[in-house]
Design a protein around this ligand. Structure first.
Ligand code: FE2
Length: 493
């Protein structure tokens, strides 16, 4: 295509920007709390060239790494494309060469065998390294200081899995990173890798198991004792791909599943629980266990009655419009001391997605989470993001007390996923940092960074950072403290 499609995936907030830039000492309204020293990394999909297919999605966009660097109350911003082989090949050709979302059979023959990774989903920091991840490929390491792409990451040749999730879980006490990869053995396989890297970044465990069918396994969870793997019926089919079709279709009448195994155990200890038909969840808030032997496992997830992405739901023949999708923040409870495939389910909060918790609460009983949502009284949502409609409010939910607070944006504004920055003040719950956008007209928007008191989100922001240019919607972000940044291993083999 000579031009970007005139669809929601490429217009309004989603219109491609493709600008790499650097800005120093951005204008700050208010005062940046002294606790906030470090970098807020964001993964931003931004297609460098018009796609080959009209019905392409923003999730195919080339990954950009965006960094807000906070130093003593001053804020800098940098954004760079991740130099994946795919980006480099298309830049050399000055056009798109890769075809449909996750369908290599639709690529130009000129890029046969070239890594299709776009590295556009989550920046992950672990053991002194920054990775840009996308679940259909291995991660790319990026220098956190220069934002230079250092190459594809495979744990010095140790990793067998062809893929790595964008949703890793880091145990706050052991420093270990738990992660997985689906389609680990190749396109549309049911192979799933389950891996552990120790606090120094060594791959200490990689095991493979089979999931019940080839599902989009976007997120997973850990507790102190368990690893929890979801299977929702958004499925891939190799024959369909060979015929040039879509990677994903959603099967509304197929069972969902949850696999639970000891996190340090063997994959043949996996126990499978059968869930409702047709449901979907992209993100898990957290999981934790109860009881002396930890046999009661709670999993909190942003559950919906069908797949939330129109570009998957509509070709699947599911006529449910976006506003009729049911669901909300849901707690699934599994009693591992009992036999059977069943589990309990109860609603614990409203609909929303892109949930955040404090890093120290990972895998433990917790009380606070924050998640963007849609305030139905906040005016029509701004078109943007992979769903096509943006969030216009931020919720703070106390999962133990049920208390719910909402920070609603003005009409015409959209909110990206926040990150949480801990406070050094005892008893203070820290800060949330997020980008918000204001649409001026369908071709223009402005962006700014907000800093909120995490326990008091309804108060005015403690600081706003002004940006001279618009930012493209991010997928996920990650906070890296100044101390962590000073321990970077970038460039060291
Ligand atoms: Fe995600």
């Amino acid at each position: 295509m000579a031009q970007y499609p005139d669809t929601l995936q490429f217009n309004h907030l989603n219109r491609p920007l493709g600008v790499e830039w650097t800005a120093r000492n951005l204008e700050v309204e208010g005062v940046i709390p002294p606790d906030i020293q470090g970098a807020f990394f964001r993964a931003v999909p931004d297609p460098a060239f018009p796609p080959l297919h009209y019905d392409d999605t923003t999730l195919s966009g080339d990954g950009m790494v965006s960094r807000f660097l906070f130093q003593n109350g001053a804020v800098d911003h940098d954004i760079r494309y991740v130099r994946t082989p795919r980006f480099e090949a298309e830049r050399k050709a000055r056009k798109a060469l890769f075809g449909r979302y996750r369908n290599p059979f639709t690529d130009s023959p000129a890029v046969l065998g070239v890594d299709r990774a776009v590295a556009n989903t989550t920046p992950v920091w672990h053991a002194g390294r920054l990775f840009m991840t996308k679940e259909d490929a291995r991660a790319y390491e990026v220098d956190p200081h220069t934002l230079q792409t250092l190459g594809r990451w495979d744990y010095h040749g140790a990793l067998r899995s062809e893929t790595m999730t964008a949703h890793v879980r880091i145990d706050p006490h052991t420093g270990e990173m738990f992660f997985f990869g689906y389609e680990a053995g190749g396109l549309c396989t049911t192979d799933v890798s389950y891996c552990i890297a120790d606090r120094d970044g060594n791959l200490t465990s990689e095991q493979w198991f089979q999931q019940p069918y080839c599902s989009m396994m976007h997120d997973f969870a850990i507790t102190e004792k368990w690893a929890i793997f979801p299977v929702f019926p958004t499925t891939a089919n190799l024959e369909r791909l060979k015929q040039g079709g879509l990677h994903w279709l959603h099967e509304q009448h197929t069972d969902s599943w949850v696999g639970i195994m000891p996190r340090y155990g063997k994959v043949d200890e996996m126990r499978w629980f059968r869930g409702p038909k047709g449901v979907s969840a992209y993100h898990f808030v957290n999981a934790f266990q109860e009881g002396a032997d930890g046999s009661l496992v709670h999993l909190d997830l942003c559950l919906s009655s069908t797949n939330a992405f129109p570009f998957i739901r509509e070709p699947s023949g599911i006529a449910t419009p976006q506003w009729e999708i049911q669901g909300g923040l849901t707690r699934w409870t599994f009693d591992l001391s009992q036999p059977g495939e069943g589990f309990d389910s109860r609603l614990i909060g409203p609909p929303g997605d892109l949930p955040r918790i404090r890093d120290i609460d990972q895998g433990r009983p917790y009380n606070q989470c924050w998640l963007p949502s849609v305030n139905p009284h906040g005016g029509p949502p701004v078109p943007g993001g992979p769903v096509g409609t943006s969030f216009n409010c931020l919720l703070r939910l106390e999962t133990q007390t049920g208390r719910l607070d909402m920070m609603s944006l003005q009409p015409g504004m959209a909110i990206n996923e926040p990150i949480h920055v801990p406070s050094s003040t005892p008893g203070h719950d820290g800060w949330l940092v997020c980008v918000v956008d204001r649409e001026l007209d369908p071709q223009h928007h402005v962006s700014e960074l907000l800093i909120l008191d995490a326990s008091n989100i309804t108060a005015p922001p403690v600081a706003r950072v002004k940006l001279p240019v618009a930012l493209h919607p991010q997928v996920h972000g990650w906070w890296v403290s100044a101390e962590q940044l000073s321990q970077s291993k970038a460039g060291r083999g």
